[in-house]
Design a protein around this ligand. Structure first.
Ligand SMILES: Nc1ncnc2c1ncn2[C@@H]1O[C@H](COP(=O)(O)OP(=O)(O)OP(=O)(O)O)[C@@H](O)[C@H]1O
Ligand SMILES: [Mg+2]
Length: 323
């Protein structure tokens, strides 16, 4: 049994008469000790999908399918169980969350808060010791606990957010674009911290990023999303080096290497914009932008087909076989 399973998850926002199918049938599993990257353009549903793990979706969102943690469906859980799940079993490093640190509280106090709230057996001294341990785990000296957020750089604040997510020793962490705002050197350090935690603590990690090259170096597997669906999924190196879906090819082709076959799809970026989920084109949602679309791509939505350890949703790939 996987630590986390999304089973045919659909999430539809309904507000002001507008219906937005933001996630359309996602099936994906994450094991303990495994890191899974989710890539895709802005608005493709990455945050919406992962918000269901802790039941954080807004009231305007209807969710169907199942989201199982340790085999138990989160969508049907009592609120008491959801509260224990949050922080305790699973936690999220939210997109842009480093800006949400309380500016008038010391870092240490903020990291200690969930520890004290979730474990009544832990006293102030023990919480302080654990805060020091957590800071060191993310590569910051324990004395940083005394600092206020304005005394830290962006990268250091992002590490504090990761330390906070680990405060109650969860087994599953969702990191939503934890490195997007950081320079490449600090980004590499934060990625090292996260992959170290997956290895040392046996964490299950979902790592969301626009940047396929980042995911290819730091994750075991990658799922590429387009317009609310997974269009390609498989071992990270294979998806990056030999993408099968034309959209995954275009994403990977945005990081060119001389003589690289990934140039085949989109050496100069993709034409057009990602579709608005409330107004998707018929057939394959990618077909209006696809450099290799066929006539039937406008009328048939391709299923996500598994071949070996890879899954791809593309009529051309299913017609021509694995490249
Ligand atoms: N509360 C909401 N009500 C209505 N629509 C929403 C809501 N939240 C998100 N959406 C829409 O759902 C779609 C998916 O949004 P989501 O935030 O999941 O995208 P994302 O892949 O995380 O994008 P980004 O890379 O920019 O963070 C978008 O089209 C967005 O406009
Ligand atoms: Mg997002």
């Amino acid at each position: 049994m996987a630590l986390l399973e999304f089973d045919d998850v659909h999430v539809t926002y309904r507000s002001g008469g507008v219906v937005v199918p933001a996630v359309r049938g996602v099936t994906l599993a994450v094991d303990a000790g495994e890191s899974v990257g989710i890539a895709g353009e802005s608005g493709c549903g990455k945050t919406t999908l992962t918000s269901t793990v802790l039941r954080l979706q807004p009231k305007t969102a209807a969710v169907t399918g199942a989201v199982r943690v340790d085999g138990e469906d989160v969508l049907g859980m009592s609120w008491g169980k959801v509260r224990a799940l949050r922080w305790g079993t699973a936690s999220v490093v939210f997109q842009g969350a480093m800006h949400a640190l309380n500016p008038v509280q010391r870092i240490g106090t903020q990291i200690a808060e969930p520890i004290l709230l979730h474990d009544s057996a832990v006293g102030e001294a023990e919480a302080k010791r654990r805060v020091g341990e957590l800071l060191e785990m993310v590569g910051l000296p324990a004395r940083r606990a005394q600092n206020y957020p304005h005394q830290l750089s962006g990268g250091q604040k992002q590490r504090v957010m990761i330390a906070m997510a680990l405060a109650c020793r969860p087994r599953l962490v969702v990191a939503d674009e934890p490195t997007t705002a950081l320079d490449v050197m600090v980004q590499a350090q934060v990625l090292d911290v996260l992959s170290g935690l997956v290895r040392e603590l046996g964490l299950g990690l979902i790592f969301i990023s626009h940047d396929l090259s980042v995911l290819s170096t730091s994750c075991d597997r990658i799922a590429v999303m387009y317009a609310g669906r997974i269009v390609e999924e498989g071992p990270a190196g294979e998806v990056f080096d030999h993408p099968q879906h034309p959209y995954a090819g275009a994403l990977a082709g945005a990081f060119p290497r001389i003589g690289d076959t990934r140039f085949r799809y989109a050496p100069a970026g993709l034409p057009g914009d990602p579709p608005f989920p409330g107004d998707l084109p018929g057939g394959c949602a990618f077909h209006p932008r696809c450099p290799v679309a066929m006539a039937e791509c406008a009328t048939h939505e391709p299923p996500l087909l598994a071949v070996g350890d890879r899954r791809t949703a593309c009529l051309r790939v299913s017609a021509e076989g694995v490249r």
